[in-house]
Write a protein of this length. Structure first.
Length: 123
């Protein structure tokens, strides 16, 4: 039987995968507007980097390296929020969808940030 912590981690990994896939689908819609192709590329890169770094942390040999991957994931999540904000503010037809993804990116950022604080023993 899985511990609550293990269950939470597995659910969080699945949430990160879903978020990355949702971003990829969303960026397919962005590609219809030539003016924001570059934003779509940046958004896919930053959003997928969040999950990739969290998964990479699993194979770290030290706590310091583990925390470092979480810190990189947090930076990527914050960058993702920036790109989503640009889309939300510049494209009225995608505003609602961008807002939902922005909310999810914010929640993911909060979870990662709280994890970093806990791992550093500051809570």
């Amino acid at each position: 039987m899985q511990s609550d912590n293990s269950k939470f981690k597995n659910q969080f990994y699945q949430r990160l995968i879903k978020f990355s896939l949702d971003i990829i689908v969303f960026c397919g819609k962005l590609r219809k507007d030539r003016n924001i192709w570059e934003i779509a590329d940046q958004l896919i890169g930053s959003a997928c980097s969040v999950g990739a770094n969290i998964i990479e942390a699993k194979s770290c040999g030290s706590k310091k390296d583990y925390i470092r991957f979480f810190e990189i994931a947090l930076k990527s999540a914050n960058e993702t929020k920036y790109w989503l904000t640009l889309v939300r503010e510049s494209n009225s037809s995608l505003k609602e969808n961008a807002g939902k993804l922005l909310t999810e990116a914010g929640e993911i950022s909060n979870i990662i940030g709280a994890s970093i604080i806990t791992m550093k023993g500051k809570r």
